[in-house]
Write a protein that binds this ligand. Structure first.
Ligand code: PMP
Length: 443
């Protein structure tokens, strides 16, 4: 049994000693003390079905024994930075990772986070092309350092500091976007941005394949109300191929941010971009890559990777043996447990059941996503698509009481984000939908 401090004590320490920018879910935040596959346990031992997976960071399952063993074994042997000496862990994982990518995407650089990976990718595109301008999508989240905050396109995530050279293209959002599902029409905006906002040549384009974008939170010292960006927006079909072709014509490189959509999450493919039939020049990843361990990576072609040899460049902890041992174990688990197939089968079933729920409740305006990366948008009026903000908060809170944790996002904070560990089962899918159904039936 848990003998540590209570949730209230931890909360009060957080308030006193941690940054006031930190936020949490629920009016009464949970004190999570254990994790086991798709379940989390609070201080009283109460079990929750985790349908958010720490924002898609947990791909194999919480504390998956194979990943834990790999981490423990490597930690006992050696924890070191990757610079200066050789060690097999980084080389073995780089090889395994490169083998998962198409084309000539064969050179890996490890980082500690998604932000670092995207910063590096954007810098490489700028160095390679000799241009500064980058295009990203409105509503996107790509990180919170100077460059990536520029690529992030939502005022609530953007501090008023210099973020030069990024232009934000119209978000090809099939539900709320002006052109509906006509991807090529949105892509025209990319051409316009290049023509009217740049010299005609650009460094590149960065986007997710399915826009996950984290929720926006009012920090924890304030009232708990969340609003957010993105909300599992599937880019309109045809958008990425058309945008990529426009970018290439302007001399730019295409960067795929696979921080959330990668690592088998979309089910039909290992990488999100594969759903759109495109091959990027640079792929960035984090979150699921280490099943919760701080790890990120940039994968690109040998030709583009060359740019980093112009100066010295290193990352002290990026790709250290402990993290890369975890990464290799994650790839093996995905393979061994057929987690991509599971994401496809369970995700399709879950989406089907959620879609049936949409027919039952007017409150649900849209159900979208692929595999185990799904969004459920709540509206009070289907015609006007009026965001049902308070209803979303209420349902989320009630589902927690039943024992199901879902995420929340969307520009108005009215979208459930469902990104569970990929070991999620059919029974879990049923439990999640039944909990949502029951909660909505009582409203
Ligand atoms: N890209 C995407 C799509 C993300 O969702 C996030 C984080 N939510 C990041 C980049 C940044 O990753 P990190 O928080 O590890 O820096």
């Amino acid at each position: 049994p848990y003998t540590g401090p209570s949730a209230a004590e931890i909360l009060s320490k957080r308030k006193e000693y941690l940054s006031p920018s930190m936020f949490y879910f629920y009016n009464k935040p949970l004190n999570i003390v254990d994790g086991r596959m798709q379940y989390l346990f609070d201080e009283k031992g109460r079990r929750y079905l985790d349908a958010f997976g720490g924002i898609a960071t947990v791909c194999c399952g919480h504390c998956h024994p194979d990943v834990v063993n790999a981490i423990v074994d490597q930690t006992k042997r050696l924890q070191h930075s990757t610079i200066l000496y050789l060690n097999r862990a980084i080389a073995d994982f780089a090889e395994a990772l490169a083998n998962k990518l198409p084309g000539n995407l064969k050179v890996v650089f490890f980082t500690n986070s998604g932000t670092e990976a995207n910063e590096l990718a954007m810098m490489m595109a700028r160095l390679y092309t000799g241009c500064h301008d980058i295009i990203s999508l409105r509503n996107a989240y790509h990180g919170n350092a100077a460059g990536t905050m520029g690529a992030t396109a939502q005022s609530n995530w953007k501090f008023n500091v210099i973020q030069s050279g990024v232009h934000h293209a119209i978000n090809p959002d099939p539900y709320r976007g002006v052109f509906g599902s006509e991807g090529e029409k949105y892509a025209k905006d990319v051409q316009d941005l290049i023509q009217f906002g740049t010299s005609g040549n650009i460094a590149g384009f960065i986007s997710e394949a399915t826009q996950a974008s984290p929720s926006i939170f009012i920090p924890s010292f304030q009232l708990f109300i969340i609003y957010g960006v993105g909300g599992i927006v599937e880019l309109a079909p045809g958008y990425l191929p058309a945008a990529y072709s426009t970018i290439k014509k302007a001399g730019g490189l295409c960067i795929a941010d696979e921080v959330q959509a990668g690592f088998a999450r979309t089910g039909s493919h290992f990488w999100g971009f594969e759903n759109h039939g495109v091959v990027p020049d640079i792929v960035t990843m984090a979150k699921g890559i280490g099943n919760g361990i701080p790890l990120g990576a940039v994968v690109t072609t040998p030709e583009i990777a060359e740019v980093l040899t112009r100066r010295s460049y290193f990352n002290t902890f990026g790709g250290n043996p402990v993290c890369t041992a975890a990464g290799l174990a994650v790839l093996k688990v995905i393979e061994k447990e057929k987690l991509q197939d599971n994401a496809f089968v369970v995700g399709s079933y879950l989406k089907e059941r959620l879609t049936a729920l949409k027919d039952k409740y007017d409150l649900i305006g849209d159900v979208r996503g692929r595999g185990l990366m799904l969004g459920v948008e709540l509206v009070t009026d289907h015609e006007l698509k009026t965001p049902a903000k308070l209803e979303t908060l209420h349902v989320m809170d009630q589902m927690k009481e039943i024992g199901v944790l879902v995420g929340k996002g969307g520009f108005y904070g009215n979208v459930f984000r469902i990104t569970p560990p990929l070991c999620f089962s059919m029974e879990d899918a049923d439990f999640l939908v039944d909990a949502m159904d029951y909660t909505m039936s009582k409203m």
